[in-house]
Ligand binder design. Structure first.
Ligand SMILES: *[C@@H]1O[C@H](CO)[C@@H](O)[C@H](O)[C@H]1NC(C)=O
Ligand SMILES: *[C@@H]1O[C@H](CO)[C@@H](O)[C@H](O)[C@H]1NC(C)=O
Ligand SMILES: *[C@@H]1O[C@H](CO)[C@@H](O)[C@H](O)[C@H]1NC(C)=O
Ligand SMILES: *[C@@H]1O[C@H](CO)[C@@H](O)[C@H](O)[C@H]1NC(C)=O
Ligand SMILES: *[C@@H]1O[C@H](CO)[C@@H](O)[C@H](O)[C@H]1NC(C)=O
Length: 464
């Protein structure tokens, strides 16, 4: 559902700006949603909501980076345990619900209950929809049964007290409210559409299945429990799985226990619900999904970009021709840089890069009949395109000679029947670029936090 994404990303904004959560509508959340030209005769049915949520997310990314620049806090991971064990969770496209997100199935609590969470490398908080027996939150069906976490039924549930250092110093989205030292650490956020949600943090466990087939528990996770929400926001998933790089994220804890790395393979973003791949913590699985010669580039864990994972682009080429883009665009210290984000759908390029890429691609496609399809700048009537048409080949060249050569469907994307659009959006310069999940699809991505490197390779993401 479209509003779900708005909620998630605007609430993330609130998490990071707890001081704003008491004022109902921070100005920065008020976007002009159709800022690129008038609404055309054809509306992209599934991508408009994506774009909308992407916009909000880009704002959130910019404000996070700004906040990081202003503070000197940075996360240093604990020692990584060496292990040959791994665990994995199914991950698939949420397109069947109309979102541009990927969903992971995660089992939370004791006994373990399954939840469908948005896999988000741009988020450092994991939370689930939750109901305490005293609450009167209305349960809304999401098409396949109501999944609401009931903390009183979980023997591993331990609310985090508001008097703890964890609440007061580490969880930046926690409220300062602390009536008694034993009161729970709470968060409170508002949505862009005026709805609100409230929750509390707890120390909780998740049940995982090791590669050996053995089930075990992951203890000491920080899990947010949303106890009260109003509005229609949370209807297609049960919460968020925080895969970002920070002290309390699920990814940091799980990867520190499993070899210091995690990976995911994203199926086509329009794949049906029954096609899923794997999110893996630990080393072994990559051997079955990553062929022997993956591409490798440094994984930049820069405190200025926390909790995001960042990569260094050297250049972009189209049909072997290097585009003329100023190197500052790819340089974090010059206000640029690039993050890899599973929670953003369309790839966002800082304006100088956007202009160069889109004009080169559109020049190559100049013979095709154009259609207007808000919010994209270039869309084409593809119905009469024969197989002989040469689709320009886009290549991202990373530091360390690794090249990403996405399939053309990842950047000239299907937007409506017979209509394809150049699938990039622009971000103001100076600013960060974001490699979104559509450009990442049909590749396996391994985030090797311990060795600070990113490995990737083309894969159909079929499970064995
Ligand atoms: C969670 O609880 C376990 C056991 O009660 C404890 O060892 C651990 O330190 C706690 N972790 C956090 C983040 O509070
Ligand atoms: C939940 O939200 C509703 C409306 O926003 C409010 O009336 C109610 O008091 C809230 N419940 C709790 C437990 O905070
Ligand atoms: C997935 O579902 C589609 C119908 O929606 C069906 O045609 C296909 O065979 C299913 N694939 C698998 C792997 O179950
Ligand atoms: C790009 O270079 C490769 C290898 O040099 C060549 O095979 C390919 O035909 C070139 N593509 C274009 C569009 O020039
Ligand atoms: C694309 O062109 C075909 C005829 O060539 C036309 O029938 C169709 O309506 C066009 N589609 C759009 C979206 O303009």
């Amino acid at each position: 559902m479209r509003q779900l994404q708005l909620s998630i990303f605007s609430l993330l904004f609130f998490f990071l700006h707890p001081s704003l959560s008491s004022s109902p509508q921070p100005q920065s959340l008020q976007f002009k949603l159709h800022r690129r030209g008038p609404v055309g005769p054809h509306r992209a049915p599934h991508l408009n909501p994506l774009f909308l949520s992407d916009l909000r997310r880009q704002h959130w990314i910019r404000s996070t980076i700004k906040r990081n620049l202003e503070s000197s806090k940075s996360y240093r991971p604990a020692c990584h345990q060496s292990t040959s064990e791994a665990f994995e969770m199914p991950i698939g496209s949420g397109a069947y619900t109309g979102t541009g997100q990927y969903f992971v199935r995660v089992r939370v609590g004791t006994p373990a209950k399954p939840f469908l969470l948005v896999a988000d490398t741009g988020s450092d908080l994991t939370w689930v929809k939750c109901r305490r027996h005293t609450d009167s939150m209305k349960e809304k069906g999401n098409g396949d049964g109501v999944r609401v976490f009931k903390p009183e039924k979980s023997s591993s549930w331990r609310p985090i007290k508001c008097s703890t250092d964890l609440c007061q110093k580490t969880l930046p989205f926690a409220l300062a409210t602390c009536p008694t030292p034993d009161s729970p650490c709470v968060y409170d956020y508002g949505y862009s559409d005026g709805s609100r949600a409230q929750g509390l943090f707890a120390n909780e466990s998740a049940t995982i299945t090791l590669s050996s087939g053995k089930k075990t528990k992951l203890h000491g996770l920080v899990v947010g429990c949303t106890t009260n929400s109003s509005g229609t926001s949370f209807t297609s998933s049960d919460g968020v799985l925080g895969l970002g790089y920070s002290a309390t994220s699920f990814a940091s804890l799980a990867s520190s226990l499993f070899g210091g790395l995690f990976s995911y393979c994203l199926v086509d973003h329009l794949a049906p619900r029954n096609l899923s791949s794997l999110l893996t913590f630990g080393p072994t699985i990559s051997s079955s999904l990553i062929p022997s010669t993956p591409r490798v580039t440094p994984l930049i864990l820069d405190s200025r970009l926390t909790p995001f994972y960042s990569v260094s682009i050297k250049c972009i080429s189209i049909d072997n021709e290097t585009l003329d883009i100023a190197p500052e665009v790819w340089d974090i210290s010059s206000g640029g840089g690039t993050i890899l984000d599973s929670g953003t759908s369309l790839t966002v390029l800082a304006d100088p890069a956007y202009k160069a890429v889109v004009s080169a691609l559109s020049r190559k496609l100049a013979g095709l009949p154009q259609v207007q399809m808000d919010p994209f700048e270039y869309c084409y009537n593809w119905t009469s395109v024969g197989t002989e048409l040469h689709v320009p080949k886009l290549t991202l060249h990373f530091e360390g000679a690794a090249r990403l050569e996405p399939p053309s469907k990842s950047y000239i994307i299907d937007v409506a029947d017979g209509v394809k659009c150049i699938g990039f959006t622009s971000a103001p310069w100076p600013g960060t670029s974001t490699i979104g999940n559509i450009l990442q699809q049909e590749h396996v991505w391994e985030f090797d936090i311990k060795n600070r490197r990113l490995r990737f390779e083309h894969s159909k993401c079929q499970r064995h």
